[in-house]
Design a protein around this ligand. Structure first.
Ligand SMILES: Cc1cc2nc3c(=O)[nH]c(=O)nc-3n(C[C@H](O)[C@H](O)[C@H](O)COP(=O)(O)OP(=O)(O)OC[C@H]3O[C@@H](n4cnc5c(N)ncnc54)[C@H](O)[C@@H]3O)c2cc1C
Length: 495
């Protein structure tokens, strides 16, 4: 039976009455049902930018945390790229000590409200969960991310605790950080706490990286990211926006002319890939990056007030099957498109997007055209998109990625009438820094080559996040930012 949000919370409240005064045995813990995430109604949310997932109630958070068996080897900690003490925070959350739980998370992660929302927990910390293994069902893993999100939101909303983290006395050392995504934010916070003077240089007019310009409001409210940026500023981190390193100032100028002792580069993977098919230059073709940036950063959805209104679309094809494709499709729907189709050449099972995002997109009415790909974009006499020519595919043998390959079916061409095409097939690293700093060693994909501590081939320059990993995840970017910060601190302390 599908329950609405109120019913989900009511059920949890009743169940919590049974458990609240006792500590369940391990056997009993396995009988506590997985707490569903209450979500906004699909019909209501498809026209709204408001967050889809509404978050747990305190009873749900405690019930879910009580599902943890606190097992000895805690494989979840190994599965977390920043090794949060997950059983440690769940034990506290289970007892209702949410502040304590947050404290445990913050020892390893600086952005729990963000990671609790966007981390792919199902393939990281939740994948090896002992509860799921005991119940022989991966969907029954403890919902670690949802409890993490709850305790972070609880602290933000229910307490007036805006304490600025304590920073060590000034060391007299200055660090420049290029970019302001999760890798840079983590590096900046750690270095500032250690007493160094930190300045972030960001190309856009708002800091936050993909968290601000890429991931939509309905998955990650921007107020949460803004709060993190305010926290950084309150710690004394200086943030200079509209500053394109490589143009406004060369990277090496920071070290040779501006008196910085070290540089951390976290410029991400912001260069969209295209299909290189006929018609990609027509009016009405966007990269997902441009589309989402217009929507999120420039607030194009706010039609009456936005200074950069977005192209009004009726029928939209989104090419790709990852999280970015889902975000673009769901954004197009919210911007008023009547019909939005995701065109993906494998089947739904191979889609790299998170399961939850695919389900949400489908609930909101996005069509999935699987085993199908665009091979040509057709225009009208004014040079605007009027259709795509598609070709059907079937699944073949697994390829190098381990997923079944897609094999074209000759003669299966068809036309799909659309006025907008959004290309969401991945991103490469931005070439500006490597072009303007040829001393930086890069691999064949243009990503910076670094050692285990994030040190690049250029002296006193470290790097981390997507510029090193290629398009990856928020938590991996954060982990690399922290590793590099520790290495920079060791280097500065020794010099
Ligand atoms: C639409 C979208 C959805 C995603 N969804 C998820 C998700 O659900 N979960 C997840 O874990 N990951 C997700 N990701 C991936 C995740 O956001 C990235 O892996 C992560 O943000 C990388 O962090 P970063 O700090 O390396 O770089 P970024 O977040 O890319 O930030 C880099 C910053 O550097 C700035 N910059 C670039 N060049 C310069 C320059 N020369 N001078 C100054 N500034 C510069 C950019 O403007 C940007 O602000 C998503 C990505 C996209 C695009």
């Amino acid at each position: 039976m599908h329950l609405n949000s109120q019913q989900i919370q009511q059920k949890a409240l009743e169940l919590w009455q049974l458990w609240k005064d006792r500590t369940p045995t391990p056997k009993e813990r396995l009988t506590i049902p997985v707490q569903e995430m209450p979500n906004r109604n699909p019909l209501e949310r498809r026209t709204s930018m408001e967050e889809v997932a509404l978050g747990y109630s305190s009873e749900q958070a405690q019930l879910e945390a009580n599902r943890c068996l606190n097992c000895k080897n805690a494989p979840c900690v190994e599965g977390c790229p920043v090794h949060i003490d997950i059983p440690g925070f769940l034990v506290k959350a289970a007892r209702g000590d949410f502040r304590g739980a947050l404290g445990v998370i913050q020892e390893s992660s600086l952005l729990p409200a963000i990671c609790g929302r966007v981390c792919p927990q199902e393939i990281q910390c939740q994948a090896p969960c002992t509860v799921a293994k005991s119940l022989k069902d991966p969907s029954k893993a403890v919902s670690i991310g949802r409890v993490e999100r709850f305790v972070a939101d609880w602290a933000r909303e229910k307490t007036s605790d805006t304490q600025v983290p304590v920073c060590a006395p000034p060391t007299g050392k200055k660090i420049a950080i290029v970019g302001s995504g999760p890798a840079s934010v983590s590096a900046a916070a750690d270095l500032r706490r250690l007493g160094h003077a930190v300045t972030i240089f960001e190309a856009f007019h708002k800091p936050g990286g993909v968290l601000i310009y890429g991931i939509p409001e309905f998955r990650l409210p921007k107020a949460i990211v803004d709060q993190e940026m305010t926290n950084l500023k309150n710690m004394g981190v200086e943030i200079q926006t509209n500053f394109l390193v490589g143009r406004t100032r060369k990277l090496k100028d920071f070290l040779e002319k501006d008196g910085f002792d070290a540089v951390f580069v976290g410029t991400g993977a912001g260069l969209p890939k295209f299909m290189h098919i006929e018609g990609e230059n027509l009016v009405g073709v966007f990269s997902a990056n441009e589309y989402l940036t217009r929507c999120n950063l420039m607030k194009a959805y706010d039609h009456d007030r936005s200074a950069t209104p977005i192209y009004r679309s009726r029928k939209v094809a989104v090419l790709g099957g990852g999280n970015v494709a889902m975000d673009a499709a769901r954004s197009a729907q919210r911007l008023g498109a009547e019909e939005v189709s995701i065109v993906y050449r494998r089947s739904e099972a191979e889609m790299p997007a998170r399961r939850e995002e695919v389900e949400h997109a489908k609930e909101e009415g996005v069509h999935l055209l699987t085993l199908c790909n665009a091979q040509k974009i057709l225009g009208d006499e004014k040079g605007r998109v009027r259709a795509i020519e598609t070709l059907n595919y079937q699944l073949g043998e697994p390829d190098a990625s381990g997923r079944r390959s897609s094999v074209p079916i000759p003669g299966s061409e068809a036309l799909l009438e659309v006025d907008t095409v959004i290309v969401a097939i991945g991103n490469d690293s931005n070439p500006l820094l490597r072009q303007t700093t040829p001393e930086l060693a890069v691999n064949k994909n243009g990503n910076f080559i670094v050692d285990a501590e994030g040190r690049t081939s250029l002296e006193r320059v470290w790097a981390g996040g997507d510029i090193v990993l290629g398009a990856a995840t928020v938590i991996l970017a954060m982990g690399q930012g922290r590793t590099a910060a520790a290495a920079i601190h060791r280097f500065l302390s020794a010099s």
